[in-house]
Design a binder for this molecule. Structure first.
Ligand code: SF4
Ligand code: FES
Length: 310
């Protein structure tokens, strides 16, 4: 076990735990944001740099601070380590720089983006973004692409976090998309003339931290904060059947997986549940979903008691 102190809060975690997961164990504001790390996806993390922190004391044995800010999702704790996140001006400034960098090519089209209200980049831009950009060059532009019958790709919004690639790689048995090209030519793409079509492909929509991969059955139907997210389940032969149905009155507008407070999917769901079960009769509704991120969705003060529509 290793003792680590983050922003003055001490916790004890098993050896090999990352600083980010140690911070999540403590919880609250001191948890660094994470745009590419995803605890259930092997190999994720280390791409976006939003989780940078300052190690002010390396360990009990070697108390020297680390010379540069480190990615907390990739750096493991040492016994006696001391870390500064929101208490370090250097980290806060660096995070603002990372947000500025992520927004170089990302359009601020939140008013028409389906991810608005549940977008991690929108939250970061709100907290750290500058009012103006210093970028003077032409931005990357792409045509929108339908990758399969259910998913639309807006490559302009992609931050190249690789999460969708890991989902396709680790959750489905037939990955047909990846990142092609390098540097500012890098883009998510399916291999020539293929589309993403397997029973778990819809999960790429849920793991995408921005609005680059959107649900074609829900696009432009409603702003998410006008809907009531309800926990619901059904007998499903393919997945756990545990999902969140997003309702307007008695209509189901969309179905997503259940996510934890860090926006990570708890149980990946199949495409049948996600895209084809949009009738309340398909589901046993358990009750209102508690959305505890600082999202605008949580501001909808609905208070629906559990109901069973069946
Ligand atoms: S499409 Fe979304 S999940 Fe995939 S790499 Fe881009 S931002 Fe990440
Ligand atoms: S979450 Fe750590 S680098 Fe992206």
């Amino acid at each position: 076990m290793a003792k680590v102190t983050i922003d003055g809060f001490e916790t004890e975690v098993p050896d090999g735990t990352t600083i980010l997961n140690a911070a999540r164990q403590i919880g609250g504001d001191i948890v660094p944001p994470a745009m590419c790390y995803y605890s259930t996806l092997k190999g994720s993390g280390g791409k976006c740099r939003t989780c940078l922190v300052k190690v002010t004391k390396g360990s009990e044995k070697d108390p020297r601070p680390m010379p540069k800010l480190v990615a907390s999702c990739q750096t493991t704790v040492m016994d006696g380590m001391e870390v500064a996140n929101i208490t370090s001006d250097e980290v806060v400034k660096a995070r603002a720089g990372v947000v500025e960098f992520l927004l170089l090519n990302h359009p601020l089209d939140c008013p028409i983006c389906d991810q608005a209200g549940e977008c991690h980049l929108q939250d970061l831009a709100f907290e750290h973004g500058a009012a103006n950009t210093r970028y003077e060059f032409e931005r990357r532009t792409f045509e929108k692409i339908d990758i399969g019958p259910y998913i639309k790709l807006h490559m302009t919004r992609c931050i190249l976090c690789y999460r969708c690639v890991f989902v396709a790689n680790q959750l489905t048995d037939n990955r047909v998309h990846g990142i092609l090209g390098r540097g500012d030519h890098a883009e998510i793409s399916t291999f020539i003339e293929k589309s993403i079509d397997n029973e778990f492909s819809g999960n790429v929509i849920d793991v995408c931290p921005v609005g680059a991969l959107t649900d074609r059955t829900f696009r432009f139907k409603s702003r998410v904060w006008f809907l009531n997210p309800m926990d619901a389940h059904r007998e499903c032969p393919t997945c756990s059947g545990k999902a969140v149905v997003w309702m307007y009155g008695h209509e189901i507008y969309r179905v997503t997986a259940r996510k934890d407070k860090y926006g990570e999917v708890q149980d990946f769901i199949c495409n049948t549940c996600r895209f084809e079960k949009k009738s309340p009769q398909d589901w046993t509704i358990e009750g209102a979903r508690d959305i505890d991120r600082h999202s605008v969705i949580a501001q909808g003060h609905y208070d629906e008691t559990a109901q069973t529509v069946r």
